[in-house]
Design a protein around this ligand. Sequence first.
Ligand code: FHN
Length: 473
Amino acid sequence: MDRMGSLRLAHLLLLICFITGCLRTVSLSAQQPHPVTSVQDTETPAQRDARMEWWRAARFGMFIHWGLYAVPGGVWEGKPSNGAGEWLMHDDKIPVADYQKLVSQFNPTQFNAHDWVALAKAAGMKYIVITSKHHDGFAMFDSQFGFKPNPFNIVSATPFKRDPLKELMVEAQKQGIKLGFYYSQDQDWTAPGGAAFGGHWDKAQDGDFANYLHTKAIPQLTELLTKYQPAIIWFDTPTADMTPQLASEIVTLTNKYPNLIWNNRLGGGYKGDTETPEQQIPPKGFPGQDWETCMTINDTWGFKTNDTSFKSTETLLHNLIDIASKGGNYLLNVGPDAHGIIPPDEADRLRAIGKWLDTNGEAIYGSGPTAFGDEDGAYSTTEKDKNGKPVWVSQWDWRSTTKPGKIYIEIFKWPNGAFHLDKVPGQIADAYLLADPAHKPLKITQKGSVADINLPQQPLDPLATVLVLETSH
Ligand code: FHN
């Protein structure tokens, strides 16, 4: 073999080694087992269905972002911030010691657990998820762990001295609603070693991440799980610091609570139970998966004095219906202020949604996704996003949810004349409006899968009127 021939052979051998090496790496990482198997890794589909049953039926939950950041309310040294209220410490690079001084001003004497839970119930929400510790590291419960010598929590460090999470736990049990806790397991801007997006800005933040996890996050999660029996732990913002090994230590803990539901934001390669799109509704949801859109009512999670860009009740209700029609849950946020008051602009909208649900909840709770699928919109054939992908263009005329033998059509835009459907699965035996107490039958004209339903001139509810189609096959 000449020199060129042997070079070519060497290249070929290298290429084969590279390809087989790559394949081995790919197949190893594809099968990479978790250091600790989670409940989700081992349970049967039937066990998972049983564990997720209440959550799937719930469809609507209250997110509460409440913490020390409510005191500045998005304003530091007279300067309003552009970011979210709970990110103020990070965005303004506030030194740890200065931020911690806020504790003396946090005295939310108007907090009333009964009223908060009652509001969630009046809104038709079936669960509450409240921040037990956000990225600022301040614990909203009675904790033995954290910043020493002055534990950085609402009971030990503030004039308030009460434990709102305990009070909420008692009320949630009394009023029959599920309670879950948001816990920022990874970012912690006041505990040495806690992560911070973009890096630390104060020497007091430096330290070892594993040590932070062992001395604060895991002990606090243990406190929450043992003393408050939450139905949900809502993790957030995992960083590369959360290795599979470290995440598995948290999983060892969550595994002790086999009914616990937790989301996909732990990190370390764990998928958890739920997909968590934020501030947006994915065009088609996540078919076959459990998912929950979390969203703010205005533009902030934590209270901001200057944020008044509240979404309308109509938008919020249509979002809830849109999400239900795609098989997901809506976790809608409120940001109570430093007195413990949920802003009236938020509470009013929630009550209005609850009023609609009082009449029409049958179409939402425990419902399945649409039987149709083209009514929600289409990808544009002309417009592209910044990644060159077609832009999704939503349609807001109507949505549909389902239950065995029933199709619900939530009509947003009242048609002139009959309501027309092209692809009806099965024969419509009866049609009526859910808000009509008499369920007076509406005239149906059906040929094969094409149907027209005669409607009254005016909607029964301008926000959304639900048409019920009872079907047989
Ligand atoms: O950084 C947080 C934010 O403050 C808020 O808590 C949301 C809620 O999903 N999660 C993070 C951003 O994804």
